[in-house]
Design a protein around this ligand. Structure first.
Ligand SMILES: Cc1cc2nc3c(=O)[nH]c(=O)nc-3n(C[C@H](O)[C@H](O)[C@H](O)COP(=O)(O)OP(=O)(O)OC[C@H]3O[C@@H](n4cnc5c(N)ncnc54)[C@H](O)[C@@H]3O)c2cc1C
Length: 452
C-alpha cells in the first residue's frame, strides 16, 4: 500500500531513504535546508555549498558495509561513482598473498571518495527517481501532533517559510543535531537518549597529488600513528585527492594551534611518516585547515517496552544513532537505516504501529551495538589520556575493549583470522560488537596478548 513519505533532511540517510522508498512505490518529498548542487558536473567539494553538514569537507572513509549496501539496494549509485572515476579498493586482499584469499574477503572492499562526491552520487540518483521531489532550500522548524487512542501521532510538519506539509510517514534524517527530540519533549513525548562525548577535535586538510608525485599513492590509506598531541590518520579520496586528520583531546591547549594552516603544516612536516605527503612537490592543498569539535556518540530510542513513543515518525542516520567519526561507521549506518526504513514502510502497510515496530526490529540491535562500541572505545581512550581511574562499573567493559584492541592491532598482519576480524570490525561487516564472537578468536586473541 503506497504511503506518502516526508523525509526531513537530505544528507546521506535522507537521500538514500528517498531512493529506497520511491523504488518501493512510495512518493517522497525531501525537505532540505541547503541549496541543490548548482552544477552537477563541477567538483561538489568546491562548488556545492552545504552549510547544513559541517563535516561536508572533512575526510570520510566509506566502509565496505556502505559499498555492500549500495551493491544490494542501489547498484546504480555505485555505477555512477565508478563512471565518475571513483575507485574501489580491497586493501586486505592487496596486502595478503593471493592463494590465501577466501570468497568472504570480497566483502572488505571500500569506496575511495570524498564525502561531497559520494553524496552527490546519491543526490543525482535521487533527483532522477520519478517518485522523489526535493524541496530545497527549505528549513523544517516544527511538528504538530494529534493525540489518538494509540498515542501521539505526527499530524503535520511546519516549514520556516510558513508552509505546512502532511504525510503518512515522516522520516527524521536531520543529522546528529536533529531538534526532533526537543520538539517531541515540548509536547510531553520523551525520547530516551544515551550520549557519550567523543572528546576529540579534528584538524583536517585535503590535498591533490601533483603530476610529478612518486609516492606509493595507495599507502595513504594505511598511514596512521601517534604524535605528541594525539593521533594522525590518512584518507584516500577520489580524483587524486587525499587527506590527513589530526585527532586531539579538546583539553590539549597545544593542539588548538593546529587550526592555523602554517602550524598544521609545520607539525605535519615534523612527523617523518607524514612529511612527504604534505611536501608541495607531492601534494597541493585543496583548502585550509578544517576544524570540527563537539561530536558525540548518541542513541535515541523510539520504541520502549514494545510500544512506539510516537506514531507516524521514524528516525534514521545520525539522528537515531551517531558514533565517533574516527571509527568511520556513520555513513554505512545511515545507509543501513535508510534501506531498513524502506522495508519497514512496506511491512507496516499503512499501520503506524506495525511500521514503527518493524523498523525497530530491523535496526535496534545494530544501533545498540554501534553506540555501545563507539562509546566504550571513547571511554577507554579518555581514561587513558586524562589518567582518570576506570570506575568499578566500567572495568569489565574496559577489559573487553582492551582485549579487542590488543588482538586486532597486534594480530592483523601476522594472523589472517584476526586480520579478517579487524576488517569485519572497521568495515562493519556484521554487527559492530560481533568482532570476537567466535570463542576460538577470543582464545586466540588472549594467547597473542600473553605469549607463553
Ligand atoms: C568530522 C566528521 C568525520 C566523519 N567521518 C566519517 C567517515 O570517515 N566515515 C563515515 O562513514 N562517516 C563519517 N562521519 C559521519 C557521517 O558524516 C554521518 O554519519 C552522516 O553524515 C550521517 O548522515 P545523516 O544523513 O544522518 O546526517 P547528515 O549527513 O548530517 O544530513 C543531515 C541533513 O539534514 C539537513 N538539515 C538539518 N537541519 C535541517 C532543518 N531544520 N531543515 C531542513 N534540513 C535540515 C542538513 O542540511 C543535512 O543535509 C563523520 C562525521 C564527522 C562529523
Amino acid at each position: 500500500m503506497s504511503q506518502r513519505v516526508l523525509v526531513l533532511g537530505g544528507g546521506i540517510a535522507g537521500t538514500a531513504a528517498a531512493i529506497a522508498l520511491a523504488r518501493r512505490g512510495h512518493p517522497v518529498t525531501v525537505v532540505e535546508r541547503d541549496p541543490p548542487p548548482a552544477d552537477p558536473t563541477a567538483d561538489p567539494f568546491l562548488h556545492w555549498p552545504r552549510r547544513g553538514v559541517p563535516q561536508f569537507r572533512l575526510p570520510h572513509g566509506f566502509s565496505a558495509r556502505a559499498r555492500n549496501l549500495l551493491l544490494r539496494h542501489a547498484p546504480d549509485v555505485l555505477a555512477r561513482l565508478r563512471a565518475n572515476g571513483v575507485e574501489e579498493m580491497n586493501l586486505f586482499k592487496r596486502l595478503i598473498p593471493e592463494d590465501q584469499w577466501v570468497a568472504a574477503d570480497d566483502t572488505f572492499t571500500n569506496v575511495w571518495a570524498r564525502r561531497a562526491v559520494f553524496e552527490l552520487a546519491l543526490r543525482l540518483t535521487a533527483e532522477e527517481e520519478p517518485g522523489v521531489e526535493f524541496r530545497c532550500p527549505a528549513v523544517v522548524n516544527g511538528l504538530r501532533f494529534d493525540w489518538t487512542s494509540a498515542g501521539p501521532r505526527v499530524a503535520s510538519v511546519r516549514l520556516a517559510d510558513g508552509d505546512v506539509l502532511t504525510a503518512d510517514v515522516v522520516l527524521d534524517c536531520l543529522g546528529q543535531r536533529s531538534p526532533m527530540s526537543r520538539w517531541l519533549a515540548a509536547e510531553g513525548i520523551r525520547v530516551p537518549t544515551e550520549v557519550q562525548d567523543c572528546e576529540t577535535v579534528y584538524y583536517s586538510r585535503y590535498f591533490r597529488f601533483t603530476d610529478t608525485c612518486e609516492l606509493p599513492r595507495t599507502s595513504v590509506a594505511t598511514l596512521r600513528g601517534e604524535f605528541a598531541d594525539g593521533w594522525f590518520i590518512g584518507f584516500p579520496g577520489d580524483h587524486d585527492t587525499y587527506a590527513f586528520s589530526f585527532e586531539c583531546h579538546p583539553d590539549n591547549r597545544n593542539a588548538r594551534a593546529l587550526r592555523h594552516t602554517s602550524i598544521w603544516e609545520a607539525v605535519a612536516r615534523g612527523i617523518p611518516a607524514l612529511a612527504p605527503w604534505v611536501d608541495p612537490a607531492n601534494g597541493t592543498p585543496l583548502e585550509g585547515v578544517q576544524v570540527m569539535a563537539g561530536n558525540r556518540s548518541l542513541r535515541r530510542r523510539y520504541v520502549i517496552d514494545g510500544q512506539p513513543v510516537v506514531l507516524g515518525l521514524l528516525s534514521a542516520g545520525d539522528s537515531l544513532c551517531a558514533s565517533n567519526p574516527a571509527y568511520g561507521w556513520g555513513s554505512a549506518m545511515a545507509l543501513t537505516y535508510a534501506f531498513a526504513a524502506g522495508e519497514a514502510v512496506d511491512v507496516g502497510g499503512g499501520d503506524p504501529v506495525a511500521t514503527a515496530l518493524a523498523y525497530d526490529a530491523a535496526t535496534a540491535r545494530e544501533a545498540d551495538a554501534v553506540y555501545r562500541e563507539s562509546a566504550s572505545m571513547d571511554r577507554a581512550r579518555i581514561y587513558r589520556i586524562t589518567g582518570q581511574p576506570v570506575p568499578d562499573e566500567d572495568k569489565a567493559e574496559m577489559a573487553r575493549q582492551d582485549l579487542i584492541s590488543a588482538a586486532l592491532s597486534g594480530g592483523v598482519l601476522h594472523d589472517l583470522e584476526l586480520g579478517r576480524a579487524f576488517n569485519r570490525r572497521v568495515n562493519l561487516v556484521g554487527p559492530a560488537d560481533a568482532v570476537l564472537d567466535g570463542t576460538d578468536l577470543v582464545r586466540h586473541a588472549e594467547r597473542l596478548r600473553t605469549p607463553a
